[in-house]
Design a protein around this ligand. Structure first.
Ligand code: ADP
Length: 534
């Protein structure tokens, strides 16, 4: 049973930090929100400006129409402007004083002033007619109408008593009108206290300036439809956000599902279930992750299987000589036996003990070799003497086995960074196997080739070869193709007969930075190829 490893989780301050789905949603939602806000800002600004331009134009047209009516010679209003002009000098001083005062009107005051006639004087009759005109146009257009004389003095106002209104000559729209331009102005009206859009149009007769019409409309009214549109837009945006969120919840759930499956599978693997595989449903990074996970579980399973096999094989290998020793020692303890049998048992016990010792040494060597990784020898050496040495050692054995042994190597080989005794052990292992698995008459050849900076050593035999399905496993510890075929065979190779020779050879070669591989065809022998970089 595997023990679960608890990994420290990074602390999550907010609940959404614990859910990938919530984080994706939050990021997505904030991006959408920002885009929506920007869009509303841009659209709102454009709509507001369009509304303002419309309102300006409409107000200018209305002021123009009012001015047209006033300047019509048949209307007789020109006389009233003139009558007021005559009184202007007398009233100038009084008005100037009143202009300074800051009245604080209320809407009630406005209403009152509309219905209250201007006090009687020489000009009051004229002002009274103009007052009615102003009231009439204000009722028609819904805007505030002020009629000014040519010097900017108010003669009539639709919302206030004329004497409450200050001189308007300095106002930008009045100045523009006097210069024949139409330039509206937006400012806070001191009488109503609201931000108001003002336009002004001159009232002329022939070349004579009679006065001006000034019209004002509160910006609240101008912007009302823009705000209403923006509100509708905002509501629509919120609805869209809601819909998108609902959609995104579904989508993110679909996106996160493989990750959750992966987490579940990883926990199961940690609990020892090596049969876990997650479905690869997409071709993206998540699919790649799932594939990598499945691959990882596969290799983990293989490694565990190898480990289990190794333990089983090792204990089996150790148990056989132990059983042999036990049987013989019990027989000896059971009572006096024939001295010849006695001696034979003792010899066999001694041989089995040696075998056990050798096996233990080989296993220890092998684990220290595979643990230490790559360990290149300090200086390159000439390997030709090593090749001649192994041929000399194997010569007699191959001859006795009815096999020929040849060495094919150039006179010069690049020097290699290998340990001679280790290279000798590897080659002896390969040659030993070749002798064991090649029936007489047969041939074994050791060849060496230099190819640029690489040096290749091959051990070839004409034996029975190895079946392709066995090839991937023959370098594994304790692996033997035919378990019964060679047990106990005493060879020269290290670990010979126990299925350890090739795994030791591979560990030694790889430690010196080389590679070892095998090619084999059943019935045509096989070739082991070792390659080192010079
Ligand atoms: P062993 O000591 O049992 O020979 P090895 O690790 O050296 O163990 O070899 C592993 C297995 O590979 C052997 O049991 C044998 O079945 C197979 N093998 C190795 N060399 C040869 C060969 N030259 N011809 C056929 N089979 C071979």
């Amino acid at each position: 049973m595997t023990e679960r490893v608890e990994v420290n989780q990074p602390s999550a301050r907010w609940p959404w930090q614990r859910s990938l789905q919530a984080r994706i949603l939050l990021m997505y939602g904030s991006v959408f929100g920002v885009v929506l806000a920007l869009l509303m800002l841009v659209i709102g600004r454009a709509v507001y400006q369009a509304q303002l331009a419309n309102a300006q134009q409409a107000l200018e047209v209305e002021a123009f129409l009012a001015a047209n009516a006033l300047q019509d010679p048949l209307s007789g209003y020109a006389d009233e402007f003139k009558a007021h002009e005559r009184d202007d000098d007398q009233h100038d001083d009084d008005k100037h004083d009143r202009d300074k005062a800051q009245p604080t009107p209320t809407s009630t005051q406005s209403q009152v002033s509309r219905s209250t006639p201007v006090p009687a004087s020489t000009s009051s009759k004229a002002a009274g007619r103009l007052q009615r005109v102003a009231g009439q146009y204000a009722a028609d257009t819904g805007a505030r109408v002020t009629i000014l004389d040519a010097l900017g003095h108010p003669l009539a106002d639709s919302a206030y008593a004329a004497d409450q209104v200050t001189n308007q000559l300095a106002q930008p729209e009045v100045q523009a009108a006097l210069h024949g331009e139409a330039r509206p102005d937006v400012r806070r009206d001191p009488l109503s206290g609201t931000v108001t859009l003002f336009v002004a149009t001159p009232v002329r007769q022939a070349d004579r300036l009679l006065g001006l019409i000034q019209m004002g409309r509160p910006m609240q009214e101008v912007a009302a439809s823009a705000w209403a549109l923006l509100f509708r837009l905002g509501m629509f945006g919120l609805l869209a956000l809601l819909l998108v969120t609902v959609l995104a919840v579904g989508l993110t759930r679909y996106l996160v599902r493989p990750v959750q499956a992966l987490e579940k599978a990883a926990i199961a693997v940690a609990d020892g279930d090596m049969g876990q595989q997650v479905p690869v449903t997409t071709a993206d990074e998540l699919g790649a992750l799932a594939r990598a996970f499945n691959g990882m579980v596969d290799s983990l399973r293989r490694m565990l299987e190898q480990q289990r096999l190794f333990v089983a094989n090792a204990s089996h290998e150790l148990r056989t000589p132990l059983t042999n020793i036990k049987l013989r020692s019990e027989a000896l303890l059971d009572g006096p036996t024939d001295p010849a049998v006695h001696r034979r048992y003792l010899t066999e016990i001694d041989r089995e003990a040696d075998r056990l010792g050798r096996l233990a040494t080989v296993l220890l060597d092998l684990s220290s070799l595979t643990d230490s990784g790559s360990r290149l020898p300090p200086a390159p050496v000439d390997i030709l003497p090593v090749l001649h040495e192994v041929i000399d050692v194997m010569h007699l054995r191959t001859a006795q086995a009815g096999l020929t042994l040849t060495l094919d190597a150039p006179a010069q080989l690049p020097q290699l960074r290998v340990r001679p005794e280790e290279l000798e052990a590897v080659l002896l292992n390969l040659l030993d196997n070749a002798v064991k698995y090649t029936p007489a008459p047969g041939a074994i050849a050791l060849t060496a080739q230099a190819d640029g900076s690489r040096c290749r050593l091959c051990v070839r035999d004409s034996g029975m070869g190895i079946a392709p399905e066995e090839l991937p496993f023959i370098f594994e510890r304790f692996y033997r193709v035919d378990k019964a075929r060679t047990r106990g065979a005493a060879g020269l190779g290290v670990g010979s007969g126990a299925g350890l020779g090739l795994s030791i050879a591979r560990a030694l070669v790889e430690q010196s930075g080389g590679t070892i591989r095998v090619e084999s065809t059943v019935g045509q022998g096989r070739v082991f190829e070792i390659e080192f970089a010079a």
